[in-house]
Write a protein that binds this ligand. Structure first.
Ligand code: GLN
Length: 312
């Protein structure tokens, strides 16, 4: 056992308790009404190593929806389905510096495509690229892929969160109509949004998220089973986007303070990794202004600083 692993085992519960208080500086997301039921002061984290062993601290028993973290994996699936040329004809490679659901700058990347696949507009364009003859078939493929990555066959989407977002997602709907008008979306707006809202509503826990991060940390091969799941090139693309855009308009600050590829979701979840070593899944539902978990970001800063994890 490495001394780093031992330090994690001793210190992680303490760090979680110290970071938990940070929830008071944020708010649980309420624009998707169902998400507002999450416990504001919860904080849980799972770190998983290449043998599938875990260090666990805090409220790791709670389940939550993936929200924007799902965008990393729908991007990967779209790349596996279509290749780079097709995907990057519909979505760009640049950070925006704006909020994730912003309507600003939609048209500034030539030839009028969303800036990147991790903002909502870009992720909606990516959802339309998933192979399948119907929204049901497309989502079934997404879910199957998520199950493979988490090694968890019970993974499902949360019907209440899906219904809640589908009923109130006017902004995403307007982004999708805009993309349709520009010829970026294939098919029908409601069909594309059905796939998008469903993959955002996939429910899991910190261990599942850590396992997904672990596959990225090992360049696409699940180190526990030895099975290759994602081509290395697509992992490289996903990790680059996570570094430049994964924490939205706080990605620059996160790169300085933590220095790891990461992706957050409005459920307060964050998936990150230490390349070649660990996958990390955490949840802390109270969000800062940028839509990232306040306690979660605080905790990752502490961990990265103490264990010298920054890649930079
Ligand atoms: N489903 C959410 C939305 O489309 C995802 C956003 C997020 O997690 N930042 O608004």
């Amino acid at each position: 056992m490495t001394s780093e692993w031992q330090r994690l085992q001793t210190k992680l519960p303490e760090w979680v308790e110290q970071s938990r208080h940070e929830y008071i500086h944020g708010k649980v997301a309420a624009y998707i009404p169902e998400l507002s039921k999450a416990p504001a002061d919860a904080l849980g984290v799972v770190v998983m190593n290449g043998a599938g062993e875990t260090v666990v601290a805090g409220d790791t028993e709670i389940q939550f929806t993936m929200q924007s973290i799902s965008k990393v994996f729908t991007l990967i699936l779209a790349l596996m389905d279509n290749g780079e040329d097709v995907v990057f004809s519909k979505v760009g490679m640049e950070p925006t510096g704006d909020r994730f659901n912003s309507m600003l700058k939609l048209e500034l990347v030539e030839p009028g495509i969303p800036f990147n696949p991790l903002i909502n507009a870009g992720a909606i364009a990516v959802s339309s690229l998933i192979r399948g003859n119907s929204p049901e078939e497309k989502f079934a493929r997404v879910l199957q892929f998520f199950r493979l990555l988490t090694h968890n066959d019970t993974l499902e989407y949360d019907q209440d969160v899906y219904d809640s977002e589908s009923a109130t997602g006017h902004l995403n709907r307007s982004l999708a109509y805009f993309l349709m008008e520009k010829g970026i979306l294939r098919g029908h707006v409601e069909d594309v949004l059905e796939v998008y809202f469903r993959h955002c509503a996939v429910k899991l826990n910190c261990t599942d998220l850590a396992r997904m991060g672990l596959v990225l940390a090992y360049n696409g091969r699940d180190p526990v089973t030895g099975i290759p799941l994602i081509p290395r090139r697509y992992v490289q693309i996903a990790k680059t986007f996570m570094t430049t855009c994964g924490m939205y308009d706080a990605s620059g600050e996160f790169a300085i303070q933590v220095g790891l590829p990461a992706k957050s979701g409005v459920s307060g979840s964050i998936m990150t990794m230490v390349p070649g070593r660990y996958g990390i899944g955490l949840v802390g539902p109270s969000l800062n202004r940028m839509g990232n978990s306040t306690a979660g970001v605080h905790l990752l800063e502490k961990m990265s600083r103490d264990l010298d994890w920054s890649l930079f």
